[in-house]
Design a protein around this ligand. Structure first.
Ligand code: HEM
Length: 546
């Protein structure tokens, strides 16, 4: 009897303790520390808190979903809440941002420059290069969870790498790379020589162009000279000249990176797999071979560039090209970076540089195909500014193409290559809206939703490049448009990417009219590292009469 009483007291005490603890921690969501407010108001008076599918908060909302379903669920939440919102997932509070005001707060907060916990899923592929690093790495097991956070304290590593690489993206330096973009774009159109019209699969062809361009920027122009294989959508027949050894490796690199991305998505959707150890033993992680292939490709690039650089240094009188990889190799000589560091930056720049621009070019060509009138405006503007022999195709002339700029911007608004940006609150962070995010909270900026938020954009699903004309953008919140992110961790390659895309469009539009072959209404988007669709995006190129 007395034992029963004792047990009852113990159970009641336990429940009472859990009840008390639950005020500060979402107990059933594996003790997620709760977001608080500065003045003690309920959090819900500032932002809504999403109810989960189970009693475990939002832990299992995305479990077992395919990437297309998880992409749609996130969009549904935005439509439902119509404002930024909080979720509780597996011992973490997640502040989801879908408005410009909160995006501004977060992207400019010094406490929020550390990347989100999910970026650590990219560490096997990219290690801690510029995109994923912040500073000195310290991992710890939170008392009440088994999630490993990457809490970067000093910011030293990221700062020094950013400082090292920023000069290679300087506007004056970019001008020198215009030649690579021009050469690669001309190679792209040359493969269609002699054909009056052709259906092409952009999803296949464009990534080859952008991977080749970034390898050029890394300093590999001379070893990645190859002809493209033309993939005819109708027959899927490979036509053209045999790819050389390096080109095949480039294709394999892309395929292998796609496998690495699959792992990333699997881990995002299943909170148990956020823990490296659990994933190692219970996840079907069969991406070791893919990772090896990805790293072998970049290692080969580095090794080849080391040899080329040695030869070039002996030959060249004055430094003409400031290749990115050269900068890293030089810094290695000065003891500022080691071979491992060079590898992680090369992996990061290749990853950051080819997939983002290839998605933007793909959607850009598709948009032009669907809007003949806008395409014609671009074509007229290009003809007015750029001579047919491309002799004046340079950075200054390109800067005059205002409408083309609007078309690219509008494409990146509708289809942001990086649809999500994630941050980790390295310590307790108070936001100007009154919210207090506990240390370890995750912040997810949904760029896709901000770009389609009706608060800033009329008819957001319509392609209207004119929105970006200066007279139409002056009253718009700056953070309502953040395809390249903003603040300290903004995209280092944005000017490079814009120049590459513009050069490509100029050369393609000068020679071809672009006709539609797909309807975006049929598109099914997927959760991914970059914006993904299940659909093969195609257009028809019709030779212009000169
Ligand atoms: C359409 C083209 C591009 C888009 C839309 C884009 C978008 C972005 C975004 C949104 C971020 C922030 C990511 C985050 O905070 O998680 C970012 C960062 C970054 N991007 Fe880009 N990017 C593009 C092109 C490029 C190119 C061409 C390169 C390299 C040649 C590049 C290299 C990087 C790097 C290294 C970072 C990390 C910067 C840092 O944290 O200091 N990106 N990019």
């Amino acid at each position: 009897m007395s034992l029963c009483l004792l047990l009852l007291v113990a159970v009641v005490s336990l429940f009472f303790w859990l009840y008390q603890v639950n005020k500060d921690y979402y107990v059933l969501s594996f003790f997620a520390p709760r977001v608080r407010t500065k003045d003690g108001r309920p959090v819900e008076s500032i932002v809504p808190v999403g109810k989960g599918k189970t009693i475990f908060g939002n832990c299992f909302d995305l479990l077992m979903l395919v990437p297309a379903e998880s992409f749609e669920i996130v969009r549904q939440r935005s439509r439902k809440f119509q404002s930024s919102y909080i979720l509780y997932k597996f011992s973490t509070a997640i502040f989801n941002i879908i408005d410009a005001e909160n995006a501004e707060l977060v992207l400019n907060d010094q406490n929020l420059i550390t990347k989100g916990v999910t970026y650590s899923f990219l560490h096997p592929a990219l290690q801690t290069g510029l995109l994923t690093s912040t500073g000195k790495q310290k991992s710890y097991i939170d008392l009440h969870v088994i999630i490993k956070y990457y809490n970067f304290v000093t910011g030293k590593k990221w700062h020094s790498r950013r400082k090292m690489l920023t000069p290679t993206f300087h506007f004056n330096i970019l001008g020198q790379f215009e030649e690579i973009f021009k050469t690669e774009s001309l190679k792209f159109v040359k493969q269609f020589e002699g054909q009056s019209d052709i259906n092409i699969s952009l999803s296949e062809l464009i990534p080859r162009f952008t991977l080749n361009s970034i390898c050029g920027k890394l300093g590999l122009k001379t070893i990645l000279q190859y002809n493209y294989t033309v993939l005819l959508c109708s027959t899927e027949t490979a036509m053209g000249v045999k790819l050389d050894d390096m080109a095949e490796k480039g294709d394999r690199y892309r395929q292998n990176f796609a496998m690495v991305e699959q792992t990333f998505i699997k881990r995002i959707n299943n909170p148990f797999f956020w823990n490296d150890t659990i994933y190692k033993y219970f996840g079907d992680n069969n991406d070791a071979l893919a990772l090896k292939a990805v790293h072998d490709f970049s290692s080969e690039i580095i090794a080849k560039r080391r040899i080329l650089l040695k030869d070039e240094q002996q030959q060249r009188k004055n430094k003409q090209r400031f290749a990115m990889l050269d900068t890293l190799i030089m810094a290695e000589k000065d003891g500022l970076i080691d071979h491992q560091g060079i590898c992680e930056e090369v992996d990061t720049l290749m990853f950051g540089g080819f997939d983002t621009t290839s998605m933007a070019i793909t959607f850009g060509l598709m948009n032009m195909s669907l809007h003949a009138d806008k395409q014609e405006l671009c074509y007229q503007e290009i003809n007015d500014c750029i001579d047919d022999d491309l002799s004046n195709l340079n950075i200054n002339q390109i800067a005059k193409l205002q409408y083309l700029d609007c078309v690219i911007r509008e494409t990146l608004r509708m289809f942001p290559s990086a649809p999500v940006i994630g941050r980790n609150a390295s310590k307790e962070t108070q936001l100007a809206n009154g919210l207090i995010l506990p240390a370890g909270s995750q912040v997810v900026v949904h760029v896709f939703d901000i770009h389609r938020n009706t608060k800033y954009w009329d008819a957001p699903n319509e392609f209207q490049p004119e929105r970006f004309l200066p007279e139409n953008s002056k009253d718009r919140h700056i953070y309502s448009y953040i395809p390249f992110s903003a603040g300290q961790r903004n995209c280092i390659g944005q000017k490079y990417g814009m120049l590459e895309m513009k050069t490509f469009f100029i050369i393609v539009l000068k020679q071809f009219k672009i006709l539609p072959l797909v309807d975006p209404k049929d598109f099914v988007f997927n959760t991914g590292i970059t914006l993904r669709t299940n659909n093969n995006i195609k257009v028809k190129l019709v030779k212009r009469k000169l």
